[in-house]
Structures are given as C-alpha cells and as structure tokens.
Design a protein. Structure first.
Length: 177
C-alpha cells in the first residue's frame, strides 16, 4: 500500500501574516522608545530646575533676616498664592507678579553675597529664577515669626513656559516663640 505524504511547513500567506504582526509589534516598540527618550529628557530638565530651586531656598536660609534686601516682601498681591497654584508662572512674563528675580541674586555685592549657582550658569541652562516672600505673624503680636518663601524656576519648552515651585520657611532668629 502506498502511503500519501502530507505536506507540512509554512505557507507563503502564513509567513506574510507573521511578518506583518512582527512589523506592527516592532513599530510599537519604536514608539515606546521615543516616548521614553522624551520623558527622560523632560525629567532631566525638571531635576535641574528643582536643584536650582533647592539651591535658592538653601541660600535664603543664610541671608540676614533683618537686613538682606532679597528677603523683603515687595509685592503683597502674590502673598495669597505664594506657591503659584494658579500656574501663572507658566504664562508669558508680565502675567504674574513676583517679589524678586534672577538679576537681584548677585547684584547686592559683598554686603549680601550670593554663594549659590551663578546667574550665568542658570541662564546658560535656559532657566530664570524668581522668588516670592510672604511675612508671617502667626501669634499676631506684631513680631514676625518668619517668612514663607517660594522659589520659582522657569524655562521654555516647545514655546511654552514651564516652572518648578518649591516652598520654604525662613524663621525670624530674634523671635523666641
């Protein structure tokens, strides 16, 4: 008796379908890779901005509470929203108010030195620093307990302003309460 051999293997149509599935999967991986690279780049910028804001806050802790002009509350209109919950710092310059800005960090000279990251370095990286001051008298005795401070670092991304805001507190060393 003759036995019929059955054909086995992959047909051309099956191979083409497998290749199409492989191409679609590869395209998905390429898309994921691109998103990952973009997110990594964005994260790097946010970390740099956060480091600049932390640097600014740590420098504020060393400034003279009573005499340093960089710790003066010059605009009380921003005291209610010192942390920029309205995202005003993501609007064009002129849409928000601030107490102090980048140019004031090193302008005070030897009497009030700036020991943090230089303005030139921050500007070269594409950042601008602002900070707001709000005076605090919790016990309402006429003596300041301290000052709430907000360090804001702005940069441009795709023609849109972005910002990081860190909130801190500078205590009044002469207030023992």
């Amino acid at each position: 008796m003759a036995r019929h051999l059955r054909a086995s293997g992959v047909t051309l149509i099956e191979a083409m379908i497998a290749m199409a599935v492989l191409v679609v999967g590869s395209m998905g991986l390429v898309g994921l890779y691109r998103v990952g690279v973009k997110m990594n780049s964005d994260a790097r910028v946010i970390v740099r901005a956060t480091v600049l804001a932390q640097d600014l806050l740590s420098q504020m802790q060393t400034w003279s509470f009573t005499s340093d002009p960089r710790l003066v509350n010059t605009t009380t209109t921003n005291d209610v929203d010192i942390g920029d919950s309205a995202f005003l710092y993501e609007q064009p310059v002129g849409s928000f108010t601030f107490d102090h800005q980048e140019s004031e960090l090193e302008a005070q000279g030897v009497n009030y030195p700036w020991l943090g990251v230089s303005s030139a370095a921050a500007t070269e990286l594409g950042f601008t620093r602002y900070w707001n001051i709000a005076e605090v008298d919790y016990d309402q005795n006429g003596v300041l307990n301290g000052r709430r401070v907000a360090a804001i670092v702005r940069w441009q991304k795709d023609n849109v302003a972005r910002r990081v805001v860190l909130i801190g507190y500078v205590p009044n060393p002469s207030n023992t309460n």
